[in-house]
Design a protein around this ligand. Sequence first.
Ligand code: HEC
Ligand code: HEC
Length: 314
Amino acid sequence: MSPYFGIFVVISIFVSTIGCLSEEPISPIPSDIQYDTDKARLGKRLFFDTKLSSDGSVSCANCHRINNGADVGKFSYGVGGREGNRNSPTVFNSVFNFRQMYNGSAADLARQAAAPIENPVEMHNDSQGVLRYLRNDSSYIKEFEKVYGKKEIEYRDVLDAIAEFEKTLITPNSRFDRYLRGEIDLSEEEKEGYRLFKTLGCITCHNGTNVGGNSYQKMGLINPYPWSEDSPDRFSISKREDDKNVYKVPSLRNIAVTAPYFHDGSAATLEEALAKMGYYNLGFKLSKREIALLKAFLQTLTGEIPKSLRKGGL
Ligand code: HEC
Ligand code: HEC
């Protein structure tokens, strides 16, 4: 297919989704976010508690690590060492996503939290199993009563507390955000990378606070991407042909530290991910130089480790 067709398609989406570019299409992560400290503290304890899983071996933090919110491997391991079939996205900044999960099946963080607890290859538990454990632990009983003011622990509150903690997992003050706020300048290479990100059309899908996370788009818009029966795509919900390989666009915040990439973990390095994006979604082969510039820009999107994960942070 002609590369010009790719450019044409991308420009059309661009014009229709963004309209005008009088303002920068990416906005900084706020330096602070409102949350309930008591709930978040309780949620943090739950997030790191392996006893929420059926065999007591896996917590949320097993797959969403504290250095980058994601997992290091291509896939993750759940209870009994069971291997999942998709790459763990980072939970950092997920509060800014318009929906959660690759296929957007969870409307918010609290609803999302039930999925891994109940997933047979992740924590393989259920609400009853979780409550049996928590209702037998005197310190949890005390803490839940203090925070939620109820005599008995409810599953809904467990999910709510975890979600409240996840709100705190934001990574402000990346070099790019500081540049947007006029506090520092970027190198010529980094600025050239940002310009390229806009002119090539990456920005049509990756924009907003999370540089993604705000729309569903096709992986393989121009050149078809391999599809498999277990793809966690929109098709898995809608069963519409058009929805095959359509995913919530991932955030590119902290992208330099969350390898490997794509839902199937098929790109081991950022360079490889960029080359694939160029080919599948823009319809052309990016040059080595373009990849290096884009990478230089993307590296400026690495923010600070969330305060709530640092010593004395919550
Ligand atoms: C065994 C590994 C594993 C465990 C344990 C796990 N997750 Fe995940 N998490 C994943 C994978 C894989 C996905 C992507 C699933 C999908 O979208 O289909 C994911 C997705 C998410 C997302 C959505 C992020 C986004 O951008 O859409 C959030 C939020 C999240 N997990 C939070 C949690 C919480 C909270 C827990 C604990 C209750 C947890 N996870 C436990 C592997 C895991
Ligand atoms: C038509 C929309 C679209 C365009 C244009 C686009 N992307 Fe993407 N991007 C996506 C989608 C959808 C995914 C998720 C693919 C998957 O998980 O299989 C993605 C994934 C990525 C990833 C991997 C993220 C992760 O955490 O795994 C990177 C990096 C990336 N894009 C960078 C770029 C760059 C750089 C450009 C421009 C050269 C670009 N994208 C253009 C939609 C787009």
